[in-house]
Design a protein around this ligand. Sequence first.
Ligand SMILES: NC(=O)c1ccc[n+]([C@@H]2O[C@H](COP(=O)([O-])OP(=O)(O)OC[C@H]3O[C@@H](n4cnc5c(N)ncnc54)[C@H](OP(=O)(O)O)[C@@H]3O)[C@@H](O)[C@H]2O)c1
Length: 264
Amino acid sequence: MNKIALVTGASSGFGLEIFNYLNSKGIHAYGVSRTLKDSLQNRTFTLDVTDLTKANEVVKRLIEIEGHIDVLINVAGFGISGAVEDTPIEAIKRQMDVNFLGTVNLTKAVLPYMRENRSGLIINFSSIAGLIGLPYQAFYSSSKFAIEGFSEALRMEVEQFGIRVVVVEPGDFKTGFTSKREKYTEENSPYYEKFYKAISRMEKDETEGSNPRIVAELIYKIISSKNPHDKYVVGPFSEKLFVILKKILPENLIYAIFKMYYGL
Ligand SMILES: NC(=O)c1ccc[n+]([C@@H]2O[C@H](COP(=O)([O-])OP(=O)(O)OC[C@H]3O[C@@H](n4cnc5c(N)ncnc54)[C@H](OP(=O)(O)O)[C@@H]3O)[C@@H](O)[C@H]2O)c1
């Protein structure tokens, strides 16, 4: 029996790579995003992940077609940037709505079916920014920290029904993410110069980042594994090292290194 997977954010970047790679490996992967069309032939549906009613409809339709759902991969997301003081509350709400509540919506939509089947795998996309608060990306980081906490709690609730929860924490990768980042600052902001210094460094690392295919291969490995880890940090060696150092070095030292790196 083919495994059935649902990938959010399948029109670009990680989601698109995962969608194509899983299908090339014989997994029936279905993709959703706001700009994808409803097409059974292409296994795609239009879905804004902030819409719980529509998310329930899409999952119900998938169950009618395939009879079951084995894997949910919550990839959809975007990034806002700006000093905390400069970022409008509406942008902050949208950030949490898409990155965090979008993941919650899809999870709630698939859980009844996975629970009934007593089997399932939910893979949530966090980020290294979900492990370390990034300056001038406070709300992007917050949305990813939220995914970390949500996934840890959910894991303990659904284990009893044979459902696994895995978190993927990517470093910098070259995707559509960088060009879509929303920037909130003004020339007269007291944060203006430091904001641009830090964000330019981050964007340079992203545009010189790794190929998202690496992450698609990791997702296939996780799906194929009988006993996957709870969390996977994936990205350049220096970024993985930083995550390890954050666990063992005193916090003030870590933040001093961080500030130096971002020119703050
Ligand atoms: N690139 C990196 O370096 C990096 C590092 C760590 C984590 N991440 C995370 O990886 C995930 C994917 O990002 P990416 O790098 O692949 O960026 P991307 O190329 O910009 O892809 C983002 C995807 O999310 C979808 N999306 C955005 N808002 C949506 C909504 N409201 N409803 C449904 N789909 C929505 C977009 O599709 P539509 O526009 O068609 O809706 C697109 O398919 C994000 O969660 C991001 O935070 C990225």
